[in-house]
Design a binder for this molecule. Structure first.
Ligand SMILES: Cc1cc2nc3c(=O)[nH]c(=O)nc-3n(C[C@H](O)[C@H](O)[C@H](O)COP(=O)(O)OP(=O)(O)OC[C@H]3O[C@@H](n4cnc5c(N)ncnc54)[C@H](O)[C@@H]3O)c2cc1C
Length: 371
C-alpha cells in the first residue's frame, strides 16, 4: 500500500550531517522527514575513528571546521549529551625536516584563527610527551581539538530532532526521486511516496548516485579506513595523535583501550558491508609500534571498517544542485567529515530555508566537477 507523506524538507541519509540538519530545521518550525536505509549513525558516522580535529585540514575547510568546533562544545545543551567529546588536543608528528616544514607552514597559515597551535622540536617534544619513541623528529599540537564516541553522535542528534518534531524513518531506503513542478517526489522501498519542496542529499558514500538521479555529477569513490581497538592498557596517551601524510593515527580512551587506524579495508556499497583487511591492519600496527614502543605486545580485540565517500580533490561537495532548484548536497567528506557533521547540519538548514549559508560554500560547489 502506498502511503503519502508531504513535508517542507525531505532528507536522504541518517548520518550525523542528516540528523543535524533535521534537528536544525525542526527547531525552526519546518516539517521534516528523514529517511535512513539502516539505522541512524550506522554507517561512516557511527563507525569512524572518533577524531574531532581541525589540525592539518585543507585551509578551505577551516571556516566550517572552526564553527563545528564551537558546536561540539555545546552538544550537551543542543542534544542532551556530550557524546564523550573531550578536548584532549591533537598531536601531529613529523619524522624529518620536510614533514616538520609542513607543520610549520600550517601553523603560519592559521596564525590568526585561534587554533592554539604549538610547535615542538625534538627535545621539547620528548620532554613533554615521554611516551613517544625518540625517533620522532618534531610535532605540532592543536589543543582546541578533541575526540568523541562516534556511536553516540548521530543517534543523539536524531533523538533531539524527533523531540523537536522531525520524522525519522529508519530501515527505509529511498529508491528513487524526481522533481515534478515545484515538488520533489521520493519513493521508498516500503512503498511510501514523499512530497517535499526541498530535498537534502546527505547519503554519504551513496550520495553521488542520488545526485545522478538529477543529472548532477561528482566522481565519488567509496573507501573504508581500516580500524582496530586493543584490550585496555594503562592510560598514557592523553592526546589524539596522527602523522604528517596520514599512515597511522591513534587515541586512547580513559578505560584504557587504544583505538587506532591506518590504511584501508574492504567495502561493498551495494551490500552495505565493510570490513578491515588483516594485512593492512598489521602494517598500521607496525607503524604504531615505531611511534609508541609500549604498544609492542598489545592484543587487538576488534577490527572494523566503514564506507566513506572520497573525492579527488580531498574536500566535500556542499551546496546547491547544478541542475535542480531546491536540491542541496553534502557528501564526499574524504575521511574527515565526523568533525564537520554538526556544522554541515546547520549549513543545510540555512540553505533549505534561505537558499544560502552565512559561511561561504564557493569551494565546495558540485560545479567544480564536469561530467
Ligand atoms: C572508518 C572511518 C574512520 C573515520 N574517521 C574519522 C575521524 O576520525 N574524524 C573525522 O572527522 N571523520 C572520520 N571519518 C569520516 C566521517 O565518519 C564521515 O565523513 C562522516 O561520518 C560522514 O557523515 P555523513 O552523515 O555525511 O554520512 P554517513 O554517516 O555515511 O551517513 C549517510 C547515510 O545515508 C544512508 N543512505 C544512503 N543511501 C540511502 C538511501 N537511498 N536511502 C536511505 N538512506 C540512505 C546511509 O545508510 C548512511 O547511514 C571516518 C570514516 C570512516 C568510515
Amino acid at each position: 500500500m502506498t502511503r503519502q507523506i508531504a513535508v517542507d524538507v525531505a532528507i536522504i541519509g541518517g548520518g550525523t550531517a542528516g540528523c543535524a540538519a533535521a534537528l536544525n530545521l525542526a527547531k525552526k518550525g519546518m516539517s521534516v522527514a528523514l529517511f535512513e536505509q539502516k539505522t541512524v549513525g550506522s554507517q561512516a558516522s557511527g563507525v569512524n575513528f572518533g577524531g574531532v580535529r581541525q589540525h592539518g585540514r585543507d585551509l578551505r575547510e577551516l571556516p566550517l571546521s572552526l564553527r563545528s568546533n564551537e558546536i561540539w562544545t555545546d552538544l550537551p545543551r543542543l542534544i542532551g549529551n556530550d557524546c564523550e567529546f573531550v578536548r584532549t588536543g591533537h598531536l601531529k608528528l613529523a619524522f624529518n625536516e620536510a614533514e616538520m616544514a609542513v607543520l610549520e607552514q600550517f601553523a603560519d597559515d592559521t596564525r590568526d584563527l585561534k587554533l592554539d597551535i604549538e610547535l615542538f622540536g625534538r627535545n621539547a617534544l620528548h620532554k613533554r610527551f615521554g611516551w613517544l619513541d625518540k625517533t620522532v623528529f618534531g610535532a605540532s599540537l592543536c589543543s582546541s581539538d578533541g575526540q568523541a564516541n562516534p556511536r553516540l553522535v548521530a543517534p543523539y542528534f536524531a533523538r533531539a530532532a524527533r523531540a523537536a518534531g522531525a520524522h525519522i524513518h529508519e530501515h527505509e531506503t529511498v529508491t528513487g526521486a524526481t522533481k515534478n513542478g515545484a515538488d520533489f517526489c521520493l519513493e521508498t522501498r516500503s512503498g511510501k511516496s514523499v512530497h517535499s519542496a526541498t530535498l537534502l542529499n546527505v547519503a554519504g558514500a551513496w550520495a553521488e548516485r542520488i545526485a545522478g538521479w538529477f543529472g548532477d555529477f561528482a566522481p565519488l569513490q567509496p573507501r573504508g579506513p581500516n580500524m582496530q581497538v586493543s584490550e585496555p592498557l594503562p592510560y598514557r596517551l592523553n592526546v589524539s595523535i596522527g602523522a604528517v601524510g596520514g599512515g597511522v593515527y591513534a587515541r586512547q580512551i580513559p578505560r584504557g583501550n587504544l583505538i587506532f587506524g591506518g590504511g584501508y579495508g574492504w567495502t561493498d556499497r551495494d551490500k552495505i558491508r565493510a570490513r578491515a583487511v588483516v594485512e593492512n591492519g598489521r602494517e598500521a600496527t607496525k607503524r604504531m609500534v615505531t611511534i609508541l614502543p609500549w604498544t609492542q605486545d598489545i592484543q587487538v580485540i576488534r577490527t572494523w571498517s566503514g564506507i566513506e565517500g572520497f573525492l579527488p580533490d580531498g574536500i566535500p561537495v556542499i551546496g546547491p544542485s547544478k541542475t535542480t532548484p531546491g536540491l542541496f548536497h553534502a557528501f564526499g567528506f574524504c575521511g574527515h567529515g565526523f568533525q564537520l557533521g554538526p556544522v554541515v547540519g546547520e549549513i543545510l538548514a540555512e540553505l533549505a530555508m534561505e537558499g544560502r549559508s552565512v559561511i561561504s560554500l564557493d569551494n565546495f560547489s558540485i560545479q567544480r566537477f564536469s561530467t
